[in-house]
Design a protein around this ligand. Structure first.
Ligand code: ADP
Ligand code: ADP
Length: 229
């Protein structure tokens, strides 16, 4: 079942840079999609437009099945976004950092607590709920930022080279944990990377992109022991 579809999406920035040209892609429920390609091929631009950060210059992004507004659980969100940098508030505890997206929806600290703890348990950091970011390693900060993206139970998790700044061992650990969580919870993930290894290791489908202008040149179904969406 498709969650979102890019339909002939192009993006030209005001300075004339053609970041993306005629990209079409259907993302199905439960897929783990990698956007793989060299720096500058438009991966981030595509991801940001999926998140609603920036409009296509032409073409459309279509969500065929808009969330059921009648259910109206305001603590649930459409999209979780994980940036390359953890972007945590340094002056706030782990709890407050993960609470933030719910707080912005008007959910009180006490009402948010079970959700925050659930998200922290998923990433293995529930014991660090009262710590400050400066007390955590790079990998742990990234885990907090993943928990923050998960706390709204998004329909789709968008990750922009999330582990690129981490050392190889930490990165591999996080890759393993992400894969385990994806298998366990059946999330839909779009993961931007320029690592061929990472895309093969993680994803159920690889969308290969090329630069100048940014475009899709191939799609590969990965025949790994992953469950399919
Ligand atoms: P990737 O994520 O694959 O490295 P990006 O989507 O970040 O690629 O960028 C694609 C192209 O668009 C690059 O040439 C980049 O310099 C350019 N670009 C990205 N954002 C902007 C912007 N806000 N204004 C102008 N050019 C941009
Ligand atoms: P991670 O991949 O989770 O970031 P690191 O290898 O960066 O872990 O760990 C740095 C330090 O933090 C190590 O001493 C590690 O034992 C500790 N650490 C990381 N995660 C946890 C955790 N969930 N519980 C206790 N200690 C942890």
């Amino acid at each position: 079942r498709p969650i979102v579809r890019l339909d002939h999406v192009s993006k030209t920035f005001s300075n004339g840079t053609i970041a993306l040209k005629d990209m079409s892609l259907t993302i199905g429920t439960g897929e783990f999609i990698s956007l793989l390609g060299p720096s500058g091929c438009g991966k981030s631009t595509a991801l940001r437009m999926l998140a609603g950060l920036g409009e296509p210059s032409s073409g459309k992004i279509i969500w065929p099945d808009p969330a059921d507004k009648s259910a109206n659980d305001k603590s649930e969100g459409e999209i979780g976004f994980v940036f390359q940098e953890p972007t945590l508030m340094p002056w706030a505890t782990v709890f407050k950092n993960v609470w933030l997206p719910l707080r912005l929806k008007g959910i009180s600290k006490e009402a948010a607590r079970p959700r925050v703890m659930e998200a922290l348990e998923m990433v293995g950091l529930d014991k660090f709920v009262d710590s400050y970011p400066r007390e955590l390693s790079g990998g742990m900060k990234m885990r907090v930022s993943i928990a923050r993206a998960l706390v709204t139970r998004p329909r789709i998790l968008l990750m922009d080279e999330p582990f690129a700044a981490l050392d190889e061992i930490t990165r591999q650990k996080l890759n393993d944990d992400l894969l385990r969580l994806w298998e366990q919870f059946g999330w839909t993930i779009v993961f931007v990377t320029h690592s061929v290894f990472e895309s093969v290791y993680l994803s159920s489908r690889i969308v290969v992109m090329a630069a100048r202008p940014g475009r899709v040149i191939d799609e590969i179904e990965v025949d790994a022991p992953h469950p399919r969406g």
